[in-house]
Write a protein that binds this ligand. Structure first.
Ligand SMILES: [Zn+2]
Length: 239
């Protein structure tokens, strides 16, 4: 149920979904505390200073039923639709599903227009965003791979609910399509982060030194992802 991952510390399987567990120690906590982050749905586990990791794992395992139930009961964000706002490359756009030909997606100053049948517009918009994400993430990953002198086998674009990216031992980089909504430098940092994992499958000082080589200001981008702005992107859903 609880397993060690290569690039992230812990996760737990809840209703078929792999959910990250952020474990943190607190000097003041008297007991173990579990909560669910309402922005990301991630599990946060606070441990008293002296609690063992084994006890923490047991506590987590005992509470998976409660976690799954609580998580399922959390309010679901509204799905992307005509007339709503959508972030794209760090800027806010209004969505217009025209319902008319041509079947094209155009981006102008403030509006993203999706042409063609309205009932298919959201699906086509998602397909387009994923394609854009792949294009820009590939460009960034290629550049960082060259900088660090490494190579990856392929790039996958996924719909992860709580992670921005991952790097497997098979050298596959996987990225969340939602990164296309983030500012360009943030997308670029996540690409650098996963490329750096090709060299170091951990978050050691050596790993962060590789990230720094690719993105001198990565701390700012990292903070942005953790901010309310970054976390709100994680909540964007289609359908
Ligand atoms: Zn990582």
């Amino acid at each position: 149920m609880l397993k060690l991952r290569a690039s992230e510390p812990e996760s737990v399987l809840l209703a078929g979904e792999e959910v990250p567990v952020r474990i943190r120690r607190s000097a003041t906590a008297k007991r173990m505390i579990l909560r669910i982050c309402d922005a990301t749905g991630d599990v946060k586990l606070t441990l008293p200073k002296r609690a063992s990791l084994r006890a923490a794992h047991r506590f987590l395992a005992e509470n998976t039923g409660w976690l799954a139930k609580t998580r399922a009961a959390m309010p679901q964000p509204e799905a992307v639709a005509d007339g709503q706002n959508l972030m794209y490359r760090g800027r806010l756009f209004r969505l217009a599903f025209s319902g008319m030909p041509p079947r094209k997606i155009t981006v102008d100053e403030m509006i993203i227009t999706v042409g063609g049948p309205r009932d298919l517009a959201a699906t086509r918009l998602l397909g387009w965003l994923k394609k854009e994400a792949r294009h820009h993430l590939t460009a960034s990953a290629d550049r960082h791979a060259q900088t660090l002198g490494v190579s990856y086998s392929r790039i996958g674009i996924g719909d992860m609910k709580s992670r921005w990216g991952s790097c497997s031992s098979a050298r596959t980089l996987k990225f969340n399509w939602r990164l296309i909504m983030a500012p360009e430098d943030v997308l670029d940092y996540v690409a650098a982060h996963e490329v750096a994992h090709l060299l170091e499958m951990n978050h050691s000082p050596r790993f962060w030194a590789h990230v720094l080589t690719c993105c001198p200001e990565f701390d700012r981008q990292r903070k942005w992802l953790k901010s309310a702005s970054g976390q709100s992107l994680m909540k964007v859903r289609f359908g």
